[in-house]
Write a protein that binds this ligand. Sequence first.
Ligand SMILES: [Zn+2]
Ligand SMILES: [Zn+2]
Length: 231
Amino acid sequence: MIPPPPGDPLLSDPWQPIGAASIDHPPDPHRLIAYRHAVWHVDQVDHPAPITDTDQAAWVKAGRPDPATPEVWHGWPYIVHATWLAGWRQKMPTGHLFRTRIRIPARSGPYGKKWWIYPATNRWPRCSCCGWPMPCRQDIIDARAAAEMADLNRHLAKLPGCCWGCTEPITSRQNTVTYPGDNLDLPGGPAVQFHTRTHCAGAARDYERRWLAADLARDPVLTGAPAGTLL
Ligand SMILES: [Zn+2]
Ligand SMILES: [Zn+2]
C-alpha cells in the first residue's frame, strides 16, 4: 500500500481524473486505472483475497453472504496488482519499474470500493508539460486559483450598504443582521450585513458560522442561537 502523500494537500484531495469512468467492482486485468494521481496497469486481481479477522467481521455485518456466489456481495476483499505507468511517483527510484499491491478489505455496505478506470482502448489524457494524467498537479493549482479569483471578483462587486448575500441595497424598512469587525470574505471590504429574509438567511448563517469561529468571544447574532445560550 502507498501511504497518503506527505505534506501535499493538493494530492490528498479527492481526485477526479479526466477521461476515466467510475466503477465499484474490481477492475479487470490489463485495463488502465487512475489511482492517486498516477496511471496504473492492472496486472492481476486476486478475488477474493484471503480473509482476515476484520474481513470476517465485515462479512458478518453484511449478513453472511454465501461464499459460493461472490458476485452477490460487492464487499468481498480483493487484491489488485498493478504496475505504474505515469504520473505521481512517490518514493520510487527513477528508472525502475514500480509495482504495487493494493489490498481492499471487506466492506459491509452495499457498495464496493470505487475505482477510476480508463476506456478499454487504454488511452488516457496526459499533460503535455509534466506527463501526469489530467488534471495534473498544476491543473489543480490553476483551477483553485481561478475559483479564488472568481470569488474575489464576486465580493469586489458588492457595494457598501448592500446585503452581503443577495447584493441588493438594504432599505430602512428591511430587517437586517450586522457583523462587526473585519470583513471575512474581503479584507478591507465594507461592513457585512444581511437581510434577515429567508432568501438571504442561508448566506447569513454561513457567514455567522465563520464569524463566530474567527473570535470565540463573539455571541450569535441570528435568532435561533444554539440551545444553552438562551438562558
Ligand atoms: Zn502538468
Ligand atoms: Zn439580501
